[in-house]
Each structure stands twice: as C-alpha cells, then as structure tokens.
Design a protein around this ligand. Sequence first.
Ligand code: DGL
Length: 352
Amino acid sequence: MKKIVLLFLVSFAVLQIQAQDKITKTSPRIMILATGGTIAGSGESSTKSAYTAGKVPIDDLLNAVPQIHNYGKITGEQVASIGSQDMNVVTWLKLSNRINQIFKENLADAIVLTHGTDTQEETAYFLKLTVMYDKPVVIVGSMRPSTAMSQDGNRNLLDAVMVAASPRSQGKGVIVAMNEKIFDPRDVTKSSSTNLETFLSRNFGPIGLIYDGKVSYYYQSLRNSSKKFDVSKLTTLPQVEIVYGYADASPLTVTCLSNSPIKGLVYDGMGNGNFNEPVGKALAEASKKGILVCRSNRTGSGRTTLENEVDDAGLGFVVADDLSAQKARILLMLSLTETSDKIKIQQNFFEY
Ligand code: DGL
C-alpha cells in the first residue's frame, strides 16, 4: 500500500514538473471562475442520482484535473456556490462586472466559467451581451456530479481550458463548451434533463468541436456580437416575466402580471407564438398599460414571425425571432435598460 501511495505521489509530482516545464512566458493566463452547479456537485453514491450541486470548492475541482496546467497559467476564483436554478440577476451583474474588470486590468488572457447546466444558456447569453471584450470566456458544466461513476466534469473542464487556451478561440468572446462541442450562447439550449449529450442548437448546430486535445471551429453566428449593453452602473434589471401557452389556457396569469409592476412580458405561445382569444385580450390589455409584450414560441426551434396569425402592429407586440422565451426575456430586460421604443426593441431582436 505504501508503495502505491509513494508511486502516486512521485507520478503526480512528475506530472506537475512536466506541466510547469511546458508553461512558458507566452502561455496564456487562464482564470477559472466557479459558480457551483453539478460540475461542483457531490453525492453519497457513485451510481445513484441523488447529489447536491455547488458543494465542491474550486480548488478541489482544479486539483482533480492537473492536466489543465499543461495549457496555461491557471488561477481560480469562487464567485458563487449555487445550483444554477438559483442563478439570479444580481449574480449575473456581479459576473459581468468581474469579467469586464479582469479583462480591463489585463489580469487574464481567457476565462473559464464553471456553471450549472440548468440556466447555463441564460448566463451565457447575458454575458455575451454585456462583456465588453472579445477575449474567450468559455462556459462549462457537467451533467453528472464529481462523485459519479463516469463523471463528465473533469473532461469537460479540461476541454474548456483547451478551448480557452486555443489561439483559434481568440476573438470568440463568450462561448459554451459541453460534451466535446462548442456553441454560440445565442443559440445553445439544454435539451435533455438527464442525458450527457444535452446541449444543442436546434436551428444552427455547434460552432466547433473538441476532440483528442484539438479545438476546431466550423461556423460562427452572423448576429451582431459587437452590440453590448453597459450594465456596470446597474444593480438590477427591468422586471420581465414569462408566461407559457397551452390549449385552453386561462388569461389569469397574464391578467395578474399586467396588474403588477413588471416592465415586460414574454408569451411563449403555441406554434408561431400563438394564443387563444381570452389570453389575446389579456395581452392586449397589458400592452395598453405600457408593458412590452414579446411573443416567443414553445416549439424549441424555428422562429416567431411578425404578422403571421397575430396583428402585432395593431396590438403593439414584438416577436422574439429565433430566440427561446428564456433568451428573449434577457434581451428584453437589457433592451428596456436603454429604451421603451418598440421599433428599436424589435430591431434588437432582429440584429443581436
Ligand atoms: N442543479 C442543477 C444546476 O446547477 C444541476 C444541473 C447541472 O449542473 O448539470 O444547474
């Protein structure tokens, strides 16, 4: 037993030395920001699904994957320790301001952000719209906790560091790296509650692949990533809520929300963002009260288009284009920090 422990310690030390040997003055400085999630999750059993997200501190995450030191000068920072179902606007603002500060003060050449998968796509899109620099910010998570058999977190973290360190990632800004694929934050979504291959972009696919230590890009979004919203002086965002559409839906939810202080409402409608007559009347009332109503659709792909079955111009609605409801909410919140002009806001959905 002592020989095994000694052998492990010697090999670990050799690995570290090798890693250090490979790090040169030109190696990229990669800062890993941790927020929690399953990648930092732990459970009692390696085969049962029960676990708690966000428990494993960043130092343990990094020590579990010593190979990351082969790709750059790695430093770590614990920004939050939450399951991402508890991610919120305050933490988004904290993350955006911290990342902008890191790049403004030239403290790192790239950032890896570890994050739960439940709201990873939302944080990614929010950061894409608010991080003022195009240096790589690679967002990563895992579907199995660190204590699980065949856990995916270590591999995903190593891949994310390789993506962050890759010269090909220069200028890519905020991207998502999960399960050997790279996605644009605007298009990526979590498509399965439990499957490892959960992240996908139904309309456009991944922008790149990671395999066997190689980072390859194939596509990039043509949406205007130069547009940024300055949130540096904000402590909150205009409140926007989402209402889901379904057969025989009651107008009650919309009516209650239109009597609240919200500034925007995303209606995730059926088909091309459609709703029944009672809900339509309630949405029209909300719009008359100055709430900005945005139609998205629950299908998961395609687009929500203007003037299809709905008189958007007459009702004062905007449409989400190809954004999901949760992404449309983010763009609407940020747009409302700049304007309440519906024509300008609609243009944001067609450009960003
Ligand atoms: N609690 C969920 C979250 O933090 C677990 C999902 C995950 O991270 O894979 O998003």
